[in-house]
Design a binder for this molecule. Sequence first.
Ligand SMILES: CCOC(=O)c1cnc2ccc(OC)cc2c1SCCC#N
Length: 389
Amino acid sequence: KKHKFWETQPVGQYKDLGNSSLSEGPIEPPTPLSEVKQEPYNLPTQYEWTTCDMGSEETCTEVYNLLKNNYVEDDENMFRFNYSKEFLSWALHPPGYYKSWHIGVRAKSSKKLVAFITGVPARIRVRNEVVKMAEVNFLCVHKKLRSKRLAPVLIKEVTRRVHLENIWQAAYTAGVVLPTPITTCQYWHRSLNPKKLIDVGFSRLGARMTMSRTIKLYKLPDSTASPGFRKMELCDVPAVTRLLRDYLAQFVVAPDFDEDDVEHWLLPTENVVDSYVVESPDSHDITDFCSFYTLPSSILGNQNYSTLKAAYSYYNVSTKTPLLQLMNDVLIVAKRNDYDVFNALDVMQNESFLKELKFGPGDGQLHYYLYNYRLRDALKSSELGLVLL
Ligand SMILES: CCOC(=O)c1cnc2ccc(OC)cc2c1SCCC#N
């Protein structure tokens, strides 16, 4: 029976779709904290819960290795995400994070980490309501423990620990369709190293195209075109926060970033997130902003390559520089830093540059979900202003 678990959860159910008598907003009211289950859910007897202190090098390495060997693969098992340790530390330590939401499962005998799930707090605006939510991510069960119905227990446990902090909504994504997506996004890929993408079998030589013609097709200039284009610095946080809040206001669902959030999520962090501003040469105003995060993948079963260096479009705002030129500049920077591919979802205004900058549509989709919050109708992906890691 499909979605046995999800039919028991306060999420939009298929049967509710288009039922305009149902109101938008929370599906269930908060529970009095005294009535939230105080003790963890039961695991199969040979396993135990553990809270993962991601500030500990040893534990962070255990989580890194579990994900490196067991986390999400594409449908053709060509790639597996290989989030770096510094990325995991960044992703799990935003302002106001809760250690208790970094949840692991160990085998009692060997003490080996065999499963993981996380939440981080976020303020997400849905239309005109700012809602405190948990962004749930990194759900991973070791390959040898699949189909033991561990995922529903992990999801119930992170939900219980989120409830204990008096938070009643969540946001999450999945490559699979569950009840019920608020929107479905398409991945797009811009080759930066076409020879490698062809060698690993992701891309194919176009008809009547030689390798050298293909390399020339994706060639980029060595230097950026926008005057005043430079790395973001700490002193830019107030201006970038203003720019981003004004820009994100147009989307139905978007993060409600303040300066502390911008400092954490968007200030450049080596090998994790890169962000650039355009500072007007005469007024010194910050007029534009662009950013991407670094998420390498293991290349599965290829003799010549082991890692794909991938950049993922994050938040981009253009108020003076044309978005097309701003994004071409970010491609130039990514190529200069030896990225193999620049990926983007068709969210926000990304559709306006994807084809022109030679992105190709991927065959994977990413579905966005809200937990315990109903939207009357699904959104177009261009109405979504939220990028989850
Ligand atoms: C070359 C283009 O594909 C990817 O960059 C890539 C890399 N690693 C993955 C690991 C797991 C995976 O599972 C869905 C997909 C990928 C993908 S395609 C979707 C991500 C994007 N953009």
